[in-house]
Design a protein around this ligand. Structure first.
Ligand code: ATP
Length: 355
């Protein structure tokens, strides 16, 4: 079943927010495309919730402007924006049933009773709560309560859905299920979603693009693969996961690559306009007993092995005391590998990047 919506595009230009003398957001400009799933990702205090509150109209911007489908909405009050909202622990009305909770915003809009009934019944099915419509929130699990909150937010066919860490109180399995659910609801409704999280894997799994915030500034906005594999700066690279950083010396351009030396070995990485530190993610590094014939490689000594299930994390000490980490499928780990083993860590030149 598809529920018709009217997805909108949001434009944000030079937005800033001060609380007294403290600048919580500084000069944010971005566009959220019609039907896009944008995730705001960043550490605690980076300004994600403040930004969502500005989009919702619950806070006023100190500077800058915002548009909805090209129309200025900077000073439009929250209730006139008509966005759907889901927050962590977003309170459902405890004395109302699931159906009454979902019907509530439609009643406020004075929609005809027959339309409300049909729509509530559609949405209850859509969020997988068929058979629970007459229960009260206290009779539902945490995941089911969040489904009601999602359903209530979607009931009025909002042009934009705003979600602030909606699943952070749920356990890991349930959280995974709710992420799948939100992805499906986004696909089926086609509406514009803006989702806040501080969980990197949640952001990568859900989004069409990720906006990374740090200390009130937008650091990068790009599709998940790009922010992970081609981060624009060191903060983004380190925030999204483990990263090996090798400072290059005597660098020079080599076709489309930058060539330099690290501990006397020649290494290469794509691009030459960026910095001089070669960065490579642990999962792109392989290990072997001898130096491979091609690609980048450095000798190292194993310092620790950590079994993580499907993967094993291997900590290494490289030349010049550099700490290196790589991950390897646990199933085909060389059996003689142990702390103290001398190995070669290698990776394809194309998998490195420069910071
Ligand atoms: P978290 O992941 O912890 O929710 P966040 O990235 O959502 O963090 P915000 O809640 O947007 O961060 O807060 C950004 C900064 O603005 C913080 O330093 C916070 O203390 C400050 N701040 C937020 N709201 C107010 C307020 N009403 N008055 C003063 N300072 C505020």
């Amino acid at each position: 079943m598809t529920v018709a919506t009217r997805a909108a595009e949001i434009g944000v230009k030079g937005i800033g927010k001060d609380f007294g003398t403290f600048t919580a957001l500084d000069d944010i400009s971005l566009t959220v495309g019609r039907g896009e799933f944008l995730t705001l990702l960043g550490p605690s205090g980076s300004g994600k919730t403040t930004f969502l509150m500005l989009l919702a109209g619950f806070e006023d911007a100190t500077r800058g402007s915002m548009t909805l489908d090209g129309q200025d909405m900077t000073r439009v009050p929250a209730e006139k924006r008509g966005f759907g909202m889901v927050f962590q622990g977003y309170a459902l009305f405890p004395h109302m049933t699931v159906e009454q909770n979902i019907a509530f915003p439609l009643k406020v809009q004075k929609r005809p009773a027959r339309e409300i009934k049909a729509r509530v019944s559609d949405i209850v099915e859509m969020v997988g709560l068929g058979g629970h419509g007459h229960k009260r929130p206290a009779q539902l699990s945490g995941g089911q309560q969040q489904r009601v909150a999602l359903a209530r937010a979607l009931a009025c066919e909002p042009p934009v859905m705003l979600l602030d860490e909606p699943f952070s109180a749920l356990d890991k399995n349930l959280r995974g299920q709710m992420q799948d659910e939100v992805r499906r609801l986004h696909r089926e409704t086609g509406t514009t979603f803006v989702f806040v999280t501080h969980d990197q894997s949640e952001a990568l799994a859900l989004s069409s693009r990720v906006a990374i915030f740090e200390a009130g500034k937008l650091q990068q906005i790009a599709p998940p693969r790009e922010v992970y594999e081609r981060p624009e700066n060191r903060f983004v690279a380190e925030f999204l996961g483990d990263i090996n950083l090798l400072p290059l010396r005597d660098t020079m351009r080599d076709g489309d690559m930058l060539r330099g030396t690290f501990a006397g070995r020649t290494l290469r990485a794509p691009g030459h306009e960026n910095g001089q530190t070669l960065a490579v993610r642990p999962e792109y590094m392989s290990l072997g007993h001898s130096q491979p014939g091609s690609g980048n490689a450095i000798p190292a000594k194993v310092t620790d092995l950590t079994y993580l299930g499907a993967e094993t994390r291997i900590d290494l000490r490289g030349p010049e005391g550099t700490d290196i980490v790589l991950t390897h499928a646990s199933g085909d780990l060389p059996p003689d590998l142990a702390p103290g083993s001398d190995i070669w860590a290698s990776w394809p030149e194309q998998k490195g990047f420069l910071l």
